[in-house]
Design a protein around this ligand. Structure first.
Ligand code: BDP
Length: 574
């Protein structure tokens, strides 16, 4: 599914803005609201609904959205597609009373072809029901009853993982128009041969097409006649190619042009040529060793919740750069396409993560969760495959990998992801200990979240550091694979100071993260260290959270704490 684009042959109508909104606390999917909803509220799209009205903060049932719109008559004869950037969690969609379908899962886009239901002489109405319940068989799970709970238990709301379970339409809604024949998917692979770069493309059409297909790079056009084909593949070679890297995120602009009888389609792609590989215990980018320093983070901002906002994206990239980070993990779900595009342009390296947080034993039973998990992995990899910024996939965060059933479950996830992307390293993130972990061994990189000096050795930074030091070596002896610390960190409530450093003070966080970073970076087998986390973020309520998780080096409003300055001094040294 290509990102909607405004160009010579494609147009976009935005449906973002104010939508009518009504609450369906009984989740009564039988109601006739699909024709028209009672207007109880107005809410803004894109944004989670929770922080927009006081009484929606803890609403986690079904919210119905409705918007009226017109379509210009000149668009008759075009194919119109309704695309929802993401909605959390299960969405059902109607246009003018016609049911279009449903999509399960937040954080990934979905779309429907709507031309036959559109009126060109009167108003149109789109209705979207978003069911935001957290249930044990959703990804991530909520309201879990399990004998071996690792995650958060008994918090309010009881969503089980450590971020607020925002609901709603969180990314943009657009209608985009194409001609009757168009490019549905473009897959890009790049290769470096000596000083040349090769861009391999595979373009899939929505139907069989006959005509001319052109690929244009730097005014050079490669043209082929096509006859009754549903896809085409080919390569473009660039002599003396400039490789994409964090220092020089060079992108080539490739134009794909389909010329079918009277029907034409254009799509412009920005492509980075780079290689990524694991060699022994090293991560190599364009053949050179790279150490990933950066953060786990969240899509989270006051009022917006998980709603996309481009100004926040720009601010985040500026703060990441200011601290000297070269990478982030999209903890704990796929981030917006806009974020990834910006990463391609800025040279930020990305570990792309699924929304599988805190899987528990009951998830490994039967095929239901496994098949939904595979579907989500496919959607994520299809959407994000072409981004040069993505250098690794993380298929789960802190699932229960200590029960025998986890072995086959995660192996199946690994094989599925590998079949879709044979090139990037793939990992999952282990929690607490490697002892008894049956899943990690299947993965290319050993990712660990470790809180020595915080949840363990609480209050004792030096002891936490010695434990970290020992445990890292032990872990390497077991796996003999590259290790990445995907989380380490401490809460600090901005403004709390204490000497000598005490937990929750800015001094404690600053001391702990800098000391631990140096230990991790000093090991010959580590490929990266990501501080947990970039900025404070909203969580459910529980006794260990002061409204939110305070492990950010920045506040939720993106103001630096002491630790941000300290890590900056360390990372900017290079
Ligand atoms: C880790 C989780 C992360 C939490 C963090 C914490 O991966 O989502 O927010 O701990 O406790 O276990 O701060």
């Amino acid at each position: 599914m290509l990102y909607p684009q405004l160009n010579y042959k494609r147009s976009i109508i935005s449906l973002d803005g104010f939508w009518d909104f009504a609450l369906d606390p009984e989740n009564n999917q039988e109601s006739n609201w699909y024709k028209s909803i009672p207007k109880q509220y107005e809410v803004a799209v894109p944004a989670s609904w929770n922080e927009q009205h006081q009484d929606l903060m803890n609403f986690f049932e079904t919210g119905w959205y409705q918007k009226e719109f017109y379509i210009p008559q000149e668009m008759q004869g075009k194919l119109l597609h309704l695309r929802i950037g993401s909605a959390n969690y299960l969405s059902k969609v109607w246009i003018n009373g016609h049911y279009l379908g449903e999509h399960e899962g937040g954080h990934l886009p979905f779309e429907f072809e709507i031309s036959e239901f559109i009126h060109y002489d009167q108003e149109n109405k789109v209705v979207i029901a978003v069911d935001a319940r957290f249930l044990p068989d959703r990804l991530p799970p909520g309201n879990v009853e399990d004998e071996q709970i690792i995650g958060f238990k008994g918090q309010y709301p009881n969503n089980y993982y450590d971020f607020f379970p925002y609901g709603g339409i969180e990314r943009s809604v657009v209608i985009y128009a194409t001609n009757q024949s168009y490019m549905e998917q473009i897959k890009i692979d790049t290769e470096v041969i000596g000083n040349s770069g090769v861009i391999h493309y595979q373009v899939t059409f929505n139907k069989l097409v006959t005509g001319i297909f052109k690929v244009v790079l730097n005014k050079q056009s490669h043209q082929s006649a096509i006859n009754n084909v549903s896809s085409i593949q080919g390569s473009v070679k660039i002599d003396e190619a400039i490789l994409w890297s964090p220092k020089n995120p060079h992108l080539y602009e490739l134009k794909f042009i389909l010329n079918e009888q009277e029907m034409e389609d254009h799509y412009i792609m920005m492509i980075g040529i780079r290689t990524i590989e694991i060699k022994g215990t090293k991560l190599l980018l364009n053949g050179e060793e790279i150490f990933l320093r950066g953060f786990g983070m969240h899509e989270d901002f006051p009022v917006l919740g998980k709603g996309i906002n481009e100004a926040v994206i720009i601010k985040d990239f500026n703060m990441l750069k200011w601290m000297g980070a070269n990478s982030i993990r999209t903890s704990h779900y796929p981030y917006s396409e806009e974020f990834l595009d910006y990463a391609d342009r800025s040279g930020l390296l990305i570990i792309g993560e699924t929304p599988f947080v805190d899987f528990v034993r009951s998830h490994y039973k039967g095929d239901k969760i496994l098949s939904q998990a595979k579907k989500v992995i496919s959607e994520m990899i299809y959407r994000d495959y072409n981004h040069p910024s993505i250098i690794m996939w993380s298929l789960a965060n802190e699932g229960d990998t200590f029960v025998p059933e986890a072995d086959a479950f995660y192996k199946a996830l690994y094989n599925h992801a590998k079949s879709l992307d044979g090139q990037r390293p793939i990992s999952i993130v282990n929690c607490v200990d490697i002892k008894g972990d049956v899943a990690l061994k299947h993965f290319d990189v050993i990712c660990l979240n470790r809180y020595y000096g915080w949840y363990e050795q609480a209050g004792r930074i030096d002891l936490g550091c010695s434990v970290l030091n020992l445990k890292l070596d032990e872990c390497y002896e077991v796996f003999k694979k590259p290790i990445m610390i995907t989380e380490f960190g401490a809460d600090a409530v901005a403004g709390i100071h204490f000497d000598p450093p005490q937990q929750f003070s800015e001094e404690y966080q600053s001391d702990m993260v800098t000391k631990q970073y140096e230990i991790i970076e000093g090991k010959p087998y580590t490929i990266g260290a990501h501080v947990w986390c970039y900025a404070d973020f909203k969580t459910s309520q529980c006794p260990s959270r002061v409204v939110m998780n305070r492990k950010g080096l920045l506040t939720r409003e993106r103001q630096p704490k002491l630790a941000a300055h300290a890590i900056r001094r360390l990372w900017k040294k290079e």
